[in-house]
Design a protein around this ligand. Structure first.
Ligand SMILES: [Fe+2]
Ligand SMILES: [Fe+2]
Length: 285
C-alpha cells in the first residue's frame, strides 16, 4: 500500500459513499446511514480518511490554494481535460469499473434524461474534472474525500471524526471553536473548505457557469453540509437556497452508475456543442 495513496483507486472513496448513503426507493424510509458503516469499511478507505483528517489543516489549505489557484499550470479545453483525466490509471478491475469519462457521461446523460436545463447537463459532465490534481502528483487525500470547512471546529458529523485528533488544528485556541475565524451566518463563499477537486474546478470554471452550477461543483463533496446538515451556523440565507441545487445534483453523482457503458464516440458531438455553448476553447488550469 502506498502510504500517501492507500486506496488502489481514488474512486473507492465514491464507492464507499454509495455504501454510506444507500439510495432510498420511493415511499421507503431512509435507512440509518451509519448502520454497521464503520464495521464494514475497507481498511484502505479507513487509512485514506485518517490521512485526510490528519493533514487538512487551515495552513495546508492556504498553501494548496496558493500553489494551484493562480491557474498557471496548463491551458486546456474541457473535452481535452476529460481525455486527460481519463489517463488516470488505477489498479481496479477495468472490466467492471467505469473510467472517469464514463462516470461523467453517465451522470450527464441521467441529468439529460430527466429533462434538466443544458447548464445542469454540462455540470454533470464536468463535475469531477478537478481530479486531474491526481495527475499533477497530488495524493488522494488532497484530491478526493468528503470536504468540510477549515479554520473552525471539525463537525462530529464528519465520517471518522476521531481522526481529527491527529490534526494540528485540533487544539488550536481559535480554529477549535464552533465559528473559528468566521462570523455566524457569514456565508460559505467566505469559508475556506478543505482542499480537493471541488474547490479547484470551481475556480477553473466559475466565470462561465450560472451560480447554481458553481455551487454544485464547489460543494458536491461537502457531505457534512448537504447530507448531514452540519455547519448550518455558517450558512447564509442564500447558501440555504442554493444548497437545494447541490442536493438535486447529488443523486446523479452517486446513483447514476450503471453497467451499460456509454458510447463515447456517439455522444461526443452533443457534448462538444454543449461545451462550446458555455466555455471558450481553452481554459486556464
Ligand atoms: Fe467528485
Ligand atoms: Fe462524481
Amino acid at each position: 500500500m502506498d502510504d500517501n495513496n492507500p486506496m488502489s483507486d481514488p474512486d473507492q472513496w465514491e464507492a464507499d459513499l454509495e455504501r454510506r448513503y444507500p439510495p432510498v426507493e420511493q415511499g421507503e424510509q431512509a435507512v440509518s446511514e451509519f448502520r454497521n458503516y464503520q464495521a464494514e469499511v475497507r481498511p484502505t478507505v479507513k487509512a485514506f480518511y485518517r490521512l485526510n483528517h490528519q493533514h487538512q489543516t487551515f495552513e495546508f489549505v492556504k498553501q494548496k490554494r496558493k500553489q494551484f489557484l493562480s491557474l498557471e499550470r496548463q491551458s486546456m479545453g474541457i473535452w481535452e481535460a476529460l481525455e486527460f483525466l481519463n489517463t488516470l490509471v488505477d489498479d481496479s478491475d477495468p472490466d467492471t469499473d467505469l473510467s472517469q469519462i464514463e462516470h461523467l457521461l453517465q451522470a450527464a446523460e441521467a441529468i439529460r434524461a430527466d429533462g434538466h436545463p443544458r447548464w445542469f447537463i454540462l455540470t454533470g459532465l464536468i463535475h469531477d474534472l478537478g481530479k486531474i490534481l491526481c495527475l499533477f502528483g497530488e495524493p488522494q487525500w488532497a484530491v478526493v474525500g468528503d470536504t468540510f470547512p477549515v479554520g473552525c471546529a471539525y463537525s462530529d458529523s464528519i465520517v471518522y471524526h476521531e481522526f481529527f485528533r491527529l490534526n494540528a488544528d485540533w487544539e488550536h485556541p481559535v480554529y477549535s471553536t464552533e465559528c473559528g475565524i468566521y462570523q455566524r451566518h457569514e456565508g460559505l463563499e467566505n469559508i475556506m473548505m478543505s482542499w480537493g477537486h471541488d474547490e479547484y474546478l470551481y475556480h477553473v470554471t466559475k466565470s462561465y457557469l450560472p451560480i447554481e452550477a458553481q455551487y454544485m461543483i464547489r460543494y458536491h463533496s461537502f457531505y457534512p453540509g448537504h447530507r448531514e446538515n452540519a455547519y448550518q451556523h455558517l450558512f447564509s440565507a442564500r447558501d440555504h437556497q442554493l444548497f437545494e441545487w447541490v442536493r438535486k445534483f447529488n443523486p446523479y453523482d452517486l446513483y447514476s452508475k450503471s453497467d451499460e457503458r456509454p458510447d463515447i464516440e456517439q455522444l461526443k458531438p452533443f457534448y462538444l456543442d454543449l461545451i462550446a455553448e458555455f466555455f471558450p476553447s481553452q481554459l486556464a488550469w
